[in-house]
Design a protein around this ligand. Structure first.
Ligand SMILES: [Zn+2]
Ligand SMILES: [Zn+2]
Length: 172
């Protein structure tokens, strides 16, 4: 995810648009199917970079009801502020002055523009906290553990979030 475009962005108001097509960067804690694709535009707005565009990716998530792994397509538009700072410079992540204002994201790896930290943050931001393998997933029976998508059981319990099942057992 390194691009030799720093020279094209040196002047104020200069702008570069990239077709993005690369593996998801490490550090998202999630697996992705195939590449992250889309379009990213960077513009020098004086000291900082305005960066915007649209990205697509397919994440692999566990179903919130039955825990089955399933593909979750993501597609989103974004607008972020980045800065000419080295990605591996630890200080570049901690200079948050205002809690409501997210810190500009560093985009330099040596002399090249590296968009991996930007894309990593965007993917993490847009992953759903909970997703279902299908809208009508019936989940797992909290009493006997049967996958109610494949079978019915005699317990007749209501649907319970499997992560809450141990608590449910305690309350019985
Ligand atoms: Zn499910
Ligand atoms: Zn059951």
């Amino acid at each position: 995810m390194r691009y030799d475009i720093r020279d094209q962005l040196i002047k104020r108001d200069s702008q570069v648009t990239l077709e993005f097509d690369a593996l998801a960067p490490p550090g998202t804690d999630v697996e992705f199917v195939g590449n992250v694709t889309g379009q990213i535009t960077l513009q020098n707005v004086g000291g900082e970079l305005a960066v915007w565009g649209r990205l697509r990716a397919v994440a692999v998530a566990e179903c919130g009801r039955c825990l089955r792994e399933h593909a979750v397509p993501l597609e989103f538009e974004f607008s972020e502020t980045c800065k000419f700072a080295q990605i591996d410079e630890p200080l570049s992540y901690t200079q948050v002055t205002d809690e409501d204002e997210p810190a500009p994201i560093p985009v330099l790896d040596g002399d090249a523009i590296d968009l991996s930290e930007l894309v990593r943050q965007l993917l993490v931001l847009h992953l759903p906290a909970r997703s279902l393998c299908r809208p009508d997933c019936r989940g797992i029976c909290a009493s006997c553990g049967a996958d109610l998508n494949e079978t019915t059981c005699a317990c007749g319990s209501e649907e319970i979030d499997p992560r809450l099942a141990p608590l449910h057992e305690l309350l019985r």
